[in-house]
Design a protein around this ligand. Sequence first.
Ligand SMILES: [Cu+2]
Length: 498
Amino acid sequence: MTALLILICLVLITIVVIQIGKVTELASSIRGEEDAQYEVNRWSGVMSIVFLVVFLVGCIYSAAYYKNYMLGYGPHASASAHGSSIDFLFATTLFFTGIVFVITHIALFYFAYKYQGRKGRKAEFISHNNKLEVIWTVVPAIVMTLLVISGLDAWNEIMPDVADDEDYIEIEATGVQFNWLLRYPGPDNMLGTRDFKMITGVNPLGQDWTDPKNHDDLQPSEIVLPVGKKVRVRITARDVLHNFYLPHFRVKMDAVPGIPTYFIFTPTKTTAEYRQELSNYPEYQVPADPEDPEGPQRWETFEYELACAELCGQGHFSMRRVVKIVSEAEYETWLSQQGSYYLDNIRNGDEDPLKGQLLDVEINRHNEEFSAAFKAALNAPDTVERIVRLNYVQFETGSSTLTADSKYELANLVKVMNENPSMSIEIAGHTDDVGDAASNMSLSQSRAGVVADYLREQGIASERYIARGYGQNRPIVPNDSDENRAQNRRTEFRILSK
Ligand SMILES: [Cu+2]
């Protein structure tokens, strides 16, 4: 039915158009064909001038009106060291192309008006004009050369890779449909190796866990960076083309599967500083949430952002990530709160090729724990609090044979004994309440004795320590669960004199 109606409409419109044409023809032949044509020419000429004025005024007005929406203008100042040179390049290009835009439009429409066909006027035939051709070739060539050279200059300034001796942070961003997988190098400042063949559900980047550089790598959900520090971003993709875009920092680079790219930039304004600048603009002095007029204003909730600037599929829009620029101290704090991806998600799981082996990162962490506990004990005001638990001194079940990994913790004990030559200690063994009290007592005694023997072998004078077993008499928590019993099975030492 609808189709039929549309068809009828089309037929009727066609008939109307044909009829109008016939009427116009008829009118022309009555008034004289030529005069009618000149009349149309004059009308078109006048309308060209009207269009020219309206169009140019509209362009200039809208450019001025929307100025604050453009990067580099109003509130959108750049927040990186190289950003201003890109903004300058854009402004310069806009200046020259703006001039050409205005001149060519004026010429186009004014000439159409001025040289319209009139009665008694005849077009002049010009085969060519050398002077004109030289002008319209040379002038654009000079301007283009200037623009290209200054563009190249800016590119060369922005794109060189970091030198080996430079102080910088390297992070990595991998585009995936539809997410950015971010990676930080951790305390060793080095990103571990990857291989796409190792990608699994729990190893989204295909990190090679046998590479120790991977053990401390972090995978945070947002980018946090210190202000004033050079950052090198390794950019890559796992499936299709993505684009790593930090608009406020004028950073934009394709993320290509199989071809790592990079971008180096130095943030110059913290998020807080940028918010302060935004607070000067009326468009940011409105409530961030229109539903909540009393809530924070737009400038207060502003965050820098990472976006994907390549239309990579349906969920493209969700590739937004928050970027925070903070002071060096805040950055260090944030970094120390991030857990290593490997230790939190892979360690001793099914996919851990190093299951059961003690790792350097773990040994370091144990050493740090020991140092902190020893320092606290040494400074404790009360002698009964001067106890350090040797968490990583462990024995084979039911025996007083040390496990191989106990040597690291024992080395810490030997170290502090050597560093504090007047210190004397009591080495204490404790068990849980499984089994009979008497055998627990003798087990704890022989375990404390093994630690004492170790100190003796390392050349620590024997009058500086005594070994005692307490059996199951001094639990630190009730023996009512496996975890608690494990806590009660322990070897510790008490500082008798400093
Ligand atoms: Cu994308």
